[in-house]
Write a new protein. Structure first.
Length: 193
């Protein structure tokens, strides 16, 4: 029986490793998966049809010694001991709203944000944007829904719930499609890349 179980285990492992050689597992934030990678993944699939791509949309930090993941796309700093890190893009933020927000009467100047609903997010970049806009002393919003996922916040913005600070990498297609309007020509760079 021991020999038969060993043969079954060996055959199972051979099947898994054969499939594993053709599979690329990418772990990334749900917002980045939905709004940045998914619209671009078809080019990769056309170039490499023999590779099966698995996207793991998660906020969980990957442990390469435990998790079956090949590539992780995350915002962070460049120091990752023991890992190869490649700079993909800078995170740049700016305020945006739906074109129909406030009956189409959109803020014209940064100081107009004092009279509108400013949506909160988990990455707390409003302070940096306020400073870039010359609004010294303005603080992060502390009331209302706290969005931990950028895609959820952007959906709330597109639904007309308020003005949100959005990442350029995630928002540009929605601006091109007319679902978002960029307010002002002022942006803030994130400390993360």
């Amino acid at each position: 029986m021991r020999a038969a179980l060993g043969d079954i285990a060996a055959a199972t492992e051979a099947m898994r490793s054969g499939d594993r050689e053709r599979r690329l597992v990418i772990s990334l934030l749900p917002s980045f998966a939905a709004r940045w990678l998914t619209p671009r993944i078809d080019n990769f699939i056309e170039q490499y049809p023999e590779i099966d791509v698995e996207l793991q949309s998660t906020h969980t930090i990957t442990d390469f010694s435990l998790d079956d993941v090949d590539v992780v796309l995350r915002f962070g700093h460049d120091n990752h001991p023991g890992l190869f890190a490649e700079h993909l893009l800078d995170a740049v933020f700016f305020p945006a709203c739906a074109p129909t927000y406030n009956g189409g009467r959109l803020p014209k100047a940064p100081s107009d944000l004092a009279s509108v609903t400013v949506l909160r997010n988990d990455y707390e970049m409003w302070h940096a944007w306020f400073a870039a806009a010359g609004l010294e002393g303005w603080k992060e919003p502390r009331r209302g829904v706290l969005y931990q996922d950028a895609s959820q916040q952007m959906q709330a913005v597109m639904d007309g719930q308020g003005v949100g600070l959005v990442r350029r990498s995630l928002a540009m297609q929605e601006i091109v499609n007319g679902r978002l309007v960029r307010l002002f020509d002022i942006e803030a760079r994130s400390p993360w890349t």
